[in-house]
Design a binder for this molecule. Structure first.
Ligand SMILES: C[S@@+](CC[C@H](N)C(=O)[O-])C[C@H]1O[C@@H](n2cnc3c(N)ncnc32)[C@H](O)[C@@H]1O
Length: 214
């Protein structure tokens, strides 16, 4: 597994900013403080700008927060982590969940005891969502936690008009994208021995889904 080569830490351009990250990081952190209270090694998938990685790693210094994203998606992740210079954020990894390779947690520690991803499952295609859970199966420890943040459909329907509009926008941009059914994602999780322990309402019709092994 190579470290990210897609960002030059000396690039003088302003770092990309996600306003959504600024809005949602506090309520997500409330969930993670509890879900990851006894965790050590977190793998974040689709870290994007790295704003979540920096905020969560700074607030939870007992974690080693491994950010990642697919190569070519340069949203400033490597630069933001380098600028923050936190002791618990190793260099981000290139990880496309559809292709791997999936990383080890740390030198001498094969598997992660936690994973996190935000606003990714409705961006990647369903085949990639399936590959994501299949890949997680091998890299998650037997007592691992998984937290996924984002908008989901429930009972086969949208939970708000804004989510309906968002789904239409996503599908117009890329037909493989679109809001996922919570139940379908939970079925993928169940296949890899993750049991849904929490479904927490977040602002703006988002959710935090918390799974736990065994
Ligand atoms: C809407 S952004 C969310 C970024 C960040 N997690 C956040 O909440 O701001 C979607 C992210 O999913 C990532 N992504 C999409 N498909 C992916 C794949 N197959 N493997 C890994 N990451 C993927 C994108 O590169 C992007 O960073």
């Amino acid at each position: 597994m190579k470290t990210s080569a897609y960002a030059d830490p000396s690039d003088p351009a302003p770092l990309p900013e996600s306003p959504a990250c600024e809005r949602n990081r506090a309520p997500i952190l409330d969930v993670l403080r509890e879900a990851f209270a006894t965790r050590r090694h977190v793998l974040e998938i689709g870290s994007g700008t790295g704003q979540h990685a920096v905020h969560f790693a700074a607030a939870m210094p007992w974690l080693r927060w491994q950010g990642s994203d697919r190569a070519g998606q340069d949203l400033g992740l490597a630069r933001r982590l380098a600028e923050a210079a936190l002791p618990n954020t190793p260099a981000p990894l290139d990880l496309d969940v559809a292709h791997g390779p999936w990383p080890v947690a740390a030198p001498g520690t094969a598997r992660f005891d936690a994973a996190f991803t935000a606003n990714t499952l409705h961006i990647m295609g369903w085949d990639a969502v399936q590959a994501c859970f299949a890949g997680l199966d091998a890299v998650l420890a037997d007592d691992a936690s998984l937290v996924v943040y984002g908008p989901f459909n429930v009972g086969g329907g949208f939970t708000s008009d804004s989510n309906r509009d968002f789904d239409a926008m996503l599908r117009a941009r890329d037909p493989r994208s679109g809001l996922r059914d919570l139940e379908a994602v939970d079925a993928l999780a169940a296949r890899i021995r993750l049991r849904l322990r929490g479904d927490i309402a977040m602002p703006a019709h988002n959710r935090c889904l918390v799974w736990q092994r065994p």
